[in-house]
Ligand binder design. Structure first.
Ligand SMILES: *[C@@H]1O[C@H](CO)[C@@H](O)[C@H](O)[C@H]1NC(C)=O
Ligand SMILES: *[C@@H]1O[C@H](CO)[C@@H](O)[C@H](O)[C@H]1NC(C)=O
Ligand SMILES: *[C@@H]1O[C@H](CO)[C@@H](O)[C@H](O)[C@H]1NC(C)=O
Ligand SMILES: *[C@@H]1O[C@H](CO)[C@@H](O)[C@H](O)[C@H]1NC(C)=O
Ligand SMILES: *[C@@H]1O[C@H](CO)[C@@H](O)[C@H](O)[C@H]1NC(C)=O
Ligand SMILES: *[C@@H]1O[C@H](CO)[C@@H](O)[C@H](O)[C@H]1NC(C)=O
Length: 280
């Protein structure tokens, strides 16, 4: 249901950006003439494919782990691009841009892509916290200044691609190489209103990165004896309590219409127990 409402929103976003693009085109885009009536007709014949792309993640939410999810969606995206490829006029160009953007977003739903991004954020989070000098530490997760964040992502492209190269599937590699500019756009345009939209799907992966670190840190302490020793000796308690705070902050900041409420509630409970020292 949440996914569905997100898709309604995305659709509205798509339609409004089509009208915006043709309205606010700047000089470099104004070279394109307006489409003739027969070209507009061709464009309207392409719209069912775009509608299919819009619907796709909603229809296949239970199949985001299936490589066929990715392959079939990519086929649809190729088809949509092919449909407008012969047209060279402003509305067709605006539509081409929107197809790219919607496809990037839809393909991101493929579970491997989400995992790949999440893993990156986890590395970035740990590197920044531990003041590790690797390039990953330059991507702080709780960065609220979106201009600074955009700069980091523009300057850190090689760092990100290096992570993708070493940690992600071929499919994900291809995806992130092709969609990096949309990734940056989604990661650095925090919407002002608290509704769920595409941006939240990307921002969520940052919080999931901290969450993974929380789980991994918690799991490093297997026995109670270990736990007690490290509790007092190695600062484990302060470390996990710190990660708890960051995870809660992150989910709170990016909350939208209860999209992450289950996971936030789980974190809240676990972290309260840790902070109240009622862990065991
Ligand atoms: C014109 O559009 C391009 C890309 O579409 C953008 O990079 C550039 O900043 C725009 N220029 C102005 C003056 O808006
Ligand atoms: C589209 O038209 C513009 C001029 O309006 C031209 O410069 C450009 O090369 C054309 N592109 C294609 C792919 O035909
Ligand atoms: C961690 O992020 C902060 C905030 O942007 C930054 O100033 C700092 O240099 C980062 N730390 C490392 C080790 O890169
Ligand atoms: C992608 O990589 C993961 C391990 O990171 C593996 O479990 C999975 O099967 C791979 N998927 C594909 C489609 O290659
Ligand atoms: C929360 O979890 C319950 C069951 O565990 C599930 O039915 C519900 O859809 C989840 N809500 C969200 C917003 O994910
Ligand atoms: C733990 O502390 C929080 C406030 O930090 C409080 O709201 C909660 O009720 C406490 N939980 C328990 C089990 O004592």
């Amino acid at each position: 249901m949440v996914i569905f409402s997100m898709w309604v929103l995305l659709h509205l976003l798509l339609v409004s950006s089509i009208t915006q693009c043709s309205g606010t085109s700047n000089k470099s885009q104004e070279i394109f003439r307006h489409c003739r009536d027969e070209e507009k007709l061709s464009i309207s014949l392409c719209s069912p494919i775009i509608e299919d792309i819009n619907q796709y993640p909603k229809l296949y939410t239970d199949r985001i782990h299936d490589p066929m999810y990715y392959q079939n969606l990519e086929k649809l995206c190729q088809e949509a691009k092919g449909c407008v490829s012969d047209l060279n006029c402003s509305e067709a160009n605006a539509l081409r841009k929107d197809i790219d953007k919607v496809c990037s977003y839809s393909l991101f739903f493929y579970a491997e892509n989400q995992k790949c991004l999440q893993k990156f954020h986890q590395k970035a989070y740990v590197a920044n916290k531990t003041e590790d000098s690797s390039c990953y530490g330059k991507f702080p997760i709780l960065q609220k200044d979106m201009d600074k964040k955009r700069n980091v992502f523009m300057e850190g492209k090689d760092c990100f691609m290096n992570h993708v190269e070493e940690n992600c599937n071929d499919t994900s590699k291809k995806f992130f190489v092709k969609s990096y500019k949309y990734l940056v756009e989604y990661m650095t345009n925090k919407p002002g209103i608290r509704t769920c939209d595409p941006y939240h799907m990307f921002l969520k992966q940052e919080c999931m990165g901290i969450f993974s670190e929380l789980i991994e840190t918690a799991n490093t302490q297997v026995g109670i004896l270990d736990l007690m020793i490290s509790w007092f000796a190695s600062g484990w308690f302060f470390r996990i309590s710190d990660i708890c705070d960051d995870a809660q902050d992150c989910f709170r900041q990016n909350e939208c219409s209860g999209l992450f409420s289950n996971i936030s509630e789980g974190i809240e409970k676990a972290c309260n127990a840790i902070n109240n020292r009622t862990y065991f």
